[in-house]
Design a protein. Structure first.
Length: 301
C-alpha cells in the first residue's frame, strides 16, 4: 500500500471519529458492499497462476470478504485470550497475508495453518511466514474455508462477516469440546461469547461446549438412585438432580468445554459440589463437601 493511501485511510478514519460516526460500522458496510462485487471478480484458485511479485492492497475484494487486516495489538490479545501455547494447532479461516498465523507461531510457538482462497494471497502469506522465520510452523493452504477440514484445530481464528460466521457455526459446534474460537468484529448470533475483547475494535471468544443435554444416571454420591437431568443452550446449562424421590434444581451450574460443574444440597443438608469431564455419553469426576470427597461417574440414558 502506498504512503498516500495510508494517509487517506488515516484521515478518513479521523474524520469519521470527529463526525461521531462509528468506524466499525463504516468498515462493516464497506466489507458488505465490496463483497457483493467480489463474487464476479474472483477466479477459481486452481485456474490462477501464482504471481511471485504479488502484493495485496487494503480493501481489495476476495471471495466472501474484502481484505482488511486485523490490528497487530488486537491479534496478540485475541491469541492471549485463547491461551495459545506451543502445544496448540491454530487455524486461521481467511488467512489474508498470514498475519494471525504468523503471530501464533512467532509469539506463542504454536503450529498454525491459514486457509486462504486467493492463490496469490496464499503464496504471499507463506512468503511472509518464511521471511518471518516461522515457515517451519506455518502452512498456508490455498483453499475454501467451507471445503477444507479444520477439525483438528485446538484454536480457530476468523475475521469474516456475520452470515459467514453463522454458516460456519454448525461445523464449529461439532468440533472437539474445549476448542477455542476467536472472531474479530463479528459474533455467532445467539451463541453468546464467553468473553468480549475490546480495544479500538472488538473480538469475541468462545469455548466449544460438550453435548451435556439429557438424563444422566450418577454413581458415587450418597445413594445409588441419583438422576441428573440437564437442559442446554450452547454453554448455558441447567437442570435438576433427583436423589431417591426428592428432586431439586442444581446450583452454580457451569459448562466450559468438556468440563461440567454443579452443586446441590444433599439429604443431610450439606452443600455438595460436583466437577468432572463429559466424554460422549460418559461423565467422570469427583464430589466434594466439607467432610469428604470421592469419585463420581455417570452415563447418559
Amino acid at each position: 500500500m502506498s504512503l498516500s493511501t495510508v494517509i487517506r485511510i488515516s484521515l478518513a478514519k479521523n474524520l469519521y471519529i470527529f463526525m461521531g460516526i462509528n468506524v466499525q460500522k463504516i468498515k462493516c458496510l464497506l466489507v458488505t458492499l465490496c463483497c457483493s462485487l467480489s463474487l464476479t471478480t474472483m477466479a477459481d484458485p486452481s485456474s490462477v497462476k501464482v504471481n511471485d511479485s504479488y502484493t495485496p492492497s487494503f480493501g481489495q475484494p476476495g471471495k466472501d470478504v474484502i481484505w482488511i487486516p486485523t490490528g497487530t495489538e488486537l491479534v496478540s490479545l485475541m491469541l492471549k485470550t485463547a491461551n495459545v501455547t506451543n502445544k496448540d494447532l491454530v487455524y486461521d479461516l481467511g488467512a489474508g497475508d498470514g498475519k494471525i498465523a504468523i503471530a501464533a507461531a512467532k509469539e506463542f510457538g504454536a503450529r498454525a495453518v491459514g486457509i486462504e482462497f486467493n492463490p496469490n494471497m496464499a503464496a504471499f502469506a507463506q512468503r511472509n511466514a518464511n521471511q518471518s522465520g516461522v515457515g517451519q510452523l506455518v502452512t498456508i493452504i490455498n483453499g475454501d474455508i467451507f471445503v477444507e477440514d479444520f477439525s483438528q484445530a485446538t484454536v480457530v481464528t476468523l475475521y469474516l462477516l456475520p452470515d459467514l460466521n453463522m454458516q460456519l457455526r454448525p461445523t464449529i459446534l461439532k468440533m472437539k469440546p474445549g476448542t477455542r474460537i476467536v472472531s474479530h468484529a463479528f459474533t455467532m448470533g445467539d451463541w453468546e461469547a464467553d468473553k468480549v475483547i475490546e480495544l479500538d475494535d472488538k473480538a469475541y471468544y468462545w469455548v466449544v461446549p460438550a453435548d451435556a443435554m439429557g438424563e444422566w444416571s450418577l454413581e458415587g454420591l450418597e445413594i445409588k438412585n441419583v438422576t441428573l437431568t440437564l437442559a442446554q443452550q450452547f454453554q448455558k446449562i441447567g437442570g435438576n438432580i433427583k436423589i431417591g424421590n426428592q428432586s431439586q434444581p442444581i446450583l452454580d451450574s457451569r459448562l466450559e468445554g468438556k468440563q461440567l460443574s454443579f452443586a446441590y444440597i444433599d439429604l443431610n443438608k450439606n452443600y455438595i459440589t460436583v466437577k468432572g469431564d463429559i466424554s460422549g455419553s460418559e461423565f467422570k469426576g469427583e464430589y466434594k463437601n466439607i467432610f469428604s470427597q470421592g469419585p463420581v461417574s455417570g452415563k447418559r440414558r
